[in-house]
Design a protein around this ligand. Sequence first.
Ligand SMILES: NC(=O)c1ccc[n+]([C@@H]2O[C@H](COP(=O)([O-])OP(=O)(O)OC[C@H]3O[C@@H](n4cnc5c(N)ncnc54)[C@H](O)[C@@H]3O)[C@@H](O)[C@H]2O)c1
Length: 289
Amino acid sequence: MSTEVKSIAVIGAGTMGSGIALVSAMTGIKTYQVDVSDAQLERSKAGHTKIMGRNVEKGRMTAEQAEAAAGLLTYTTSMTDAKDVDWAVEAVFENAELKKGIFKEMQATFRDDIVLASNTSSISITDVATAVGDADAPRVIGMHFFNPVPVMKLVEVIKGLATSEETTARTIALAERMGKVPVPANDRAGFVSNRVLMPMINEAFYAWMEGVAEPADIDSIMKLGCNFPMGPLRLADFIGLDVCHDIMMVLHRELGDPKFFPCPKLRQLVTAGRLGDKSGQGVFEYGKK
Ligand SMILES: NC(=O)c1ccc[n+]([C@@H]2O[C@H](COP(=O)([O-])OP(=O)(O)OC[C@H]3O[C@@H](n4cnc5c(N)ncnc54)[C@H](O)[C@@H]3O)[C@@H](O)[C@H]2O)c1
């Protein structure tokens, strides 16, 4: 297995893929940002320029460093453009069938000695690995970054049933090189982070739906009473209400407990296309996108 990571393909240019690609380029790694949508690629590029511009303004990086990182980024709708990469991480929608299709495509496109990582929040890594078959399952792993990727330190590292020790060690090494703190978790739906977080977010929606308090007050109570930096409803908007919904559905299906079923209030907002920050409207208003 090749060990030196000089280039990475990030599949998906949404909230997470965009953040992972930026951190990768800022680490000095040549990075291919791949998405099926040109509009998403443009949004990602504009986001990268804005974040790095702010970093330069605040003295967190020099203009030369920002320029160097921008020079390492390639935006493309073709995975083939990235065929020689040393690492691949998938960050498309939270849908097992879609992810498995992407893993098959990554297997067919990239060298057979690279790690194939998924940024899934809740889907079984063992299940995703079935897409590439027994021979390649040892190089499939969960590399779960957090939002916003440039700021959040944690990478939850999830070993599937067949994930090799070498793949795990290499993932830990890459996460550390990116300035992150890798922490292992086992391959159960939602791992640790979302198994604990999502029921709390869901409960905040129930509290709102039942009229226990208004959304802003629910958030203030949780911020001031539990010392959270952000209330659960604001956090849900930030994550994306569709993403929260999809994660809850995976938890519900895999763990079989009705407590994981998404609250009707959350389902209603998703149906209406009110997805949070990314659509300009969710629990709270952010100004139309
Ligand atoms: N949003 C969060 O806070 C968060 C945190 C950690 C992990 N995650 C996980 O990261 C993954 C991505 O989430 P997100 O919030 O970035 O979603 P998102 O909706 O912002 O972006 C998903 C992207 O995938 C792209 N895509 C869809 N099909 C594709 C394909 N066939 N090939 C290439 N690109 C394709 C879409 O065009 C879109 O740009 C999910 O698995 C999610 O559970 C999300």
